[in-house]
Design a protein around this ligand. Structure first.
Ligand SMILES: *Cc1c(COP(=O)(O)O)cnc(C)c1O
Length: 360
């Protein structure tokens, strides 16, 4: 039995509004939005909201999330947006319509299993235009295509790139144009035009907002902008989207007055950090039943006046409550604070201890 706290409150209408605005933003500029669900653990209700908003393709990094969404009857095309493990190809072929790839051995295995199932699996070939996470270097693409174009059971559906994740590299007209050019060049080797030129994630939106996204890109894979209305890589609030999509709530379990300085010889804290303390005398403090197992503590902002986060450990967060009206059993609400808002959402949605509470 769950008590209901800690909880994450999910504002479905706000997420829906973001998704709708993004779909129409993309439509006006010639690209479709692929809704990325990995930040919310492939949540079924959120995925449904994305589909209701006009999103036709859902992407997740985990094949078990894709399987769950498909089995829940969410009607969409599914894209595995992390290159598959060799050990999961059976599930990839079965549950994903598309997967991103850059490994020949993996594609051979996909081909073998797709043939066994008499299926055609669509592949997005990933290209690294600078962020240095996954993908072929542009100079490697031609040889790669020569090697895989004959594989049965596989269709090269397009090319993709990812920005702003590992290297924190920002999108530019030039690096996005490279992807478009690779798509055009591939036509000569493959003998046909590919269907998808895919970029992402949210950080690429700013390029489209400035009118600097090159023509030819027809898909943008977007998670954060839909879910949070923010863009972490350029540490930006997207002014035309909503940010009131998630609220964290936790219950007060202790209220006491204590000296603000610790007493005795000191090491690191429970999370391996060295902490500084300021002597503010005796202060009223509250402890809430919420910790690093549930959220990223540095990404929380108390919503009621007079509360300030002092720190926390795996299962406790300590608040200065000197100027707050508060009692044991009260519920404290927190909004998500930049630049850790994505991490808070991710951890809360993944933690089995955090109740998912939907506002519809
Ligand atoms: C996470 C991810 C995205 C979505 O990124 P957001 O910044 O959440 O929009 C898109 N594509 C790939 C390959 C990803 O891993």
């Amino acid at each position: 039995m769950s008590s209901g706290y800690p909880r994450i409150e999910i504002n479905l209408p706000a997420i829906e509004e973001n998704a709708r605005k993004l779909v129409s933003f993309g439509k006006d500029r010639g690209f479709q939005i692929a809704g990325i669900t990995k930040g919310v653990c492939g949540d079924i209700k959120i995925a449904q909201v994305m589909v209701d908003s006009g999103i036709e393709i859902l992407g997740d990094a985990r094949i078990q999330n894709i399987r769950r969404l498909r089995e829940a009857g969410i009607k969409a095309k599914y894209m595995l947006i992390r290159e598959p493990m060799l050990s999961e190809i059976e599930d990839v072929v079965r549950y994903a319509d598309y997967s991103v790839n850059s490994e020949i051995s993996t594609l051979r295995e996909i081909s073998r299993i797709a043939r066994e199932h008499e299926k055609l699996h669509s592949v997005i070939v990933m290209v690294d235009v600078g962020d240095r996470r996954e993908g072929l270097l542009p100079s490697q693409v031609d040889i790669f295509l020569e090697k895989i174009r004959e594989l049965p059971g596989i269709e090269i559906a397009g090319f993709g790139t990812n920005m702003g994740c590992f290297g924190g590299v920002l999108p530019t007209y030039e690096n996005q144009k490279k992807l478009v050019e690779i798509g055009e060049r591939a036509q000569k080797i493959l003998g046909y035009d590919v269907e998808i030129i895919s970029t992402g994630g949210t950080v690429v939106l700013s390029l489209a907002e400035k009118g600097q996204l090159p023509e030819g890109i027809n898909q943008m894979r977007i998670g954060e902008a839909i879910l949070l209305g923010t863009s972490t890589t350029d540490n930006r609030v997207i002014s035309w989207l909503r940010q009131d999509t998630f609220t964290i709530k936790a219950e007060v379990i202790e209220l006491n007055e204590k000296p603000s300085l610790p007493e005795g010889p000191r090491g690191l804290d429970a999370l391996g950090r060295e902490k500084k303390f300021e002597d503010r005398g005796i202060r009223k403090r509250a402890i809430v039943a919420l910790g690093a197992q549930d959220v990223e503590i540095d990404g929380l902002e108390p919503l009621s006046p007079g509360l300030e986060i002092l720190g926390g450990s795996s299962d406790h967060i300590i608040l200065d409550a000197q100027n707050a009206e508060i009692s044991v059993g009260d519920v404290v609400s927190f909004s998500l604070k930049r630049p850790y808002q994505y991490t808070v959402m991710l951890r809360a949605m993944t933690s089995p201890y955090v109740e998912k509470f939907y506002i519809s």
